[in-house]
Design a protein around this ligand. Structure first.
Ligand SMILES: *Cc1c(COP(=O)(O)O)cnc(C)c1O
Length: 402
């Protein structure tokens, strides 16, 4: 990775270990940012994809804003030195406390997901003597044809307000004293590898923007959400630049600032999970390669049947065998890859590819397994950006009855 041997990273920091490339993160960001040219825009990195402070700090320095979904993520981006004026707050369940935190920070916009939330934000803003900037997350009812768990913009999904109700709700919001309407927002799903669903969603949003303009309600920004797919296996997603150019084409004549909320597309291909083979367990039906990373470290295969390439750091000359690559966790769903043809010996190091997004951020301590270390490679040097947890830390908050 860049100028660093991953085997040296494994030696120095142990396994399992997440490793990210600063150069890859930087170039992914530039791919989106530069494609806008002079059109006013803001990339709001979706923090939940990978919230490590070093990642947030890097993006903040590149000029990124942030899409957050909790008070915890707000605390993180502020700790990383982000400009609160570049933060948008999404999510269906914002608590009064979280809304208060965001009002204090004076964020760019609340992405409102229901009428009840709109009224709560208004009340809290009024009580604080403030005006909350809001966008309604409109559900454009387009189907991005991905896994149902990662599709968010269809009618049956829990997110956003129905397209048909949006105009009335904007009208209502425009009369509420604690609110200032800033934009229109949508987010249709994740791992979308075509431009089409984004253009369909954009078309619907633009009809709403036109109607609002005719009704005297000005919209200052259009937030088109995230969900830009990457290559895990053989997907052929458009490049970030191609996504952006297609959107700009449709946006001719609309001067609004464009916000995007990419998560996976900024970090997914910039990271790997390093793991070591503990045991080989040949069998009549299947051969197992038991590795030291499990579903608690990387849950995507178990949760979404996601496919990650698994590559040996040093390929062996022997003929490959077909393996189930599994972790040490006591669940049959604990696998990293099915039916992988690999030539392996115990002790070999493997890189689970494209693990920079929703890897560490979805990890858990199931089976009292300390979470992995995280390392960022910068040119010739690996930097530890999160220390490996210890078992003692995992139960340090617990108290016996005594
Ligand atoms: C998760 C999420 C994103 C980022 O999704 P990716 O697929 O990682 O790009 C953006 N916006 C919202 C509202 C989200 O919930």
């Amino acid at each position: 990775m860049e100028g660093v041997a991953l085997s040296a990273v494994a030696r120095e920091f142990g396994t399992p270990c997440y490793v990210y490339s600063r150069a890859a993160l930087t170039s992914a960001f530039a791919g989106f940012d530069a494609a806008f040219g002079p059109h006013p825009h803001l990339i709001c990195y979706s923090v939940k994809a990978n919230p490590n402070l070093a990642v947030l700090d890097l993006f903040a320095r590149l000029g990124s804003g942030f899409d957050i979904v909790s008070g915890g993520e707000l605390a993180r981006v502020l700790a990383a030195g982000a400009d609160p004026g570049k933060v948008v707050f999404s999510g269906v369940g914002k608590s009064a406390e979280e809304i208060g935190q965001a009002l204090d920070a004076d964020i760019l916009s609340f992405n409102i997901e229901s009428p009840a939330e709109l009224h709560r934000v208004c009340q809290l803003a009024e009580a604080a003597g403030k005006k909350a900037r809001v966008s309604l997350r409109v559900n454009p009812d387009v189907d991005p044809q991905t896994h149902p768990y990662i599709s968010t913009g269809r009618k049956q999904d829990k997110f956003g307000v129905a397209f048909e109700d949006a105009f009335e709700l904007y009208r209502e919001a425009s009369h509420l004293p604690g609110l200032a309407i800033s934009g229109v927002d949508c987010h249709i799903g994740s791992e979308i590898t075509e431009v089409r669903p984004f253009l369909d969603a954009l078309d619907r949003l633009l009809t709403l923007v036109d109607r609002l303009a005719a009704g005297g309600i000005a919209i200052h920004h259009l937030d088109l959400g995230g969900g830009f797919g990457i290559r895990y296996r053989d997907e052929q997603p458009p490049s970030p630049g191609a996504f952006v150019r297609a959107l700009l084409e449709r946006l001719r004549g609309y001067p609004q600032r464009i916000l995007l909320e990419p998560g996976r597309a900024l970090v997914g291909n910039a990271g790997v999970l390093l793991t070591r083979v503990e045991y080989l367990k040949p069998g009549d039906e299947r051969n197992f390669a038991v590795v030291d990373a499990g579903m608690n470290d990387l849950i995507r295969p178990a949760l979404y049947e996601a496919w990650h390439d698994i590559r040996p750091l040093r390929p062996r000359a022997e003929p490959p065998r077909r393996y189930e690559v599994v972790g040490p966790v006591c669940e049959s769903a604990d696998f990293l890859g099915h039916e992988r043809d690999l030539a392996l010996q115990p002790g070999d190091l493997l890189a689970v590819m494209s693990a920079g997004a929703y890897g560490m951020s979805m990890s858990s301590n199931y089976n009292t397994r300390p979470r992995p270390a995280e390392v960022m490679v910068d040119g010739g040097r690996p930097h530890l950006i999160r220390t490996r947890e210890t078992a003692a830390q995992l139960f340090s908050l617990e108290r016996p009855l005594g």
